[in-house]
Design a protein around this ligand. Sequence first.
Ligand SMILES: [Fe+2]
Length: 285
Amino acid sequence: MAPAARELYGKPIIEPNVLYCNMLRPGEEIGTHSDVPEFRGINRLSSPSWLVVLCHMSNLFEDYRVHSATGISYCKQAMLSRVVVLLPVSPTLHHYCADQDVKQGRMASYHGIDPEAPGHVHPAVANSAILLDTDSTYHHTDRVAHHDFPAQPEKAPGTTMRYDSGEDKWVVVSPDGERLMAHEFDGMRMSVSWKAQCFATEEDRQKYKDHSDDLTKDMVFEALTADLRARGIDVPEDRGELIKLCLKTYVTEFPRPEAVAETWAAVEESSFHLGGSGTDVAAAK
Ligand SMILES: [Fe+2]
């Protein structure tokens, strides 16, 4: 992944910082979202996610941005688990895909900030990955497994999933220990996400680590206020009203259902055709 990450932003210093696994059960899907970006001094640990996203989408704080590359790899060929729609704000997408059987999965990307612009579906196959800027890219997944499998009900907080080696199944257990459901691995989708911070120079990496040139919340609101005024927009005194105005002004709209429908149009087995998923193609038409 590191060579691809270097290419993504043209930044040579790659520091992997996150590795996690996603397991989705039959009937589950992940709704449209972009990942939370990072700036020196403003990140998901120090600030609410909406503020970090606002910093990114305003494009006013690029000098402070810590670019993150995300690689997503699918580890198995799960039948009917065609996969992720990526709806980007970013023109940069690097797509690595082994020349293998592609009928088991699909992955799509959208370019540009036009919410009406359709994206592209990419095959998602075992032992391959795509690498991209997920902080600048709206993405979601198709529903896992069979189309007539109902959408999953809300799970109570504290619900867990464990592997039971005795019966070779993944078992869903309620917070009070009740066994709710069991799934064979073949019907599930497993992906691994790898994230790395990308720095242009050693000096940049050092600034990130020693906090010698951090952005602060006061700096953010000062810059946003100045930018709004420069656009001729009245800036309210009240901080709550200012936040609402900033979100309305800077945050890119989600892709419209019609754009998602058009993106999935050629993937006949997608749940976007068959209804019940986040966006129903038939309904969109
Ligand atoms: Fe994501």
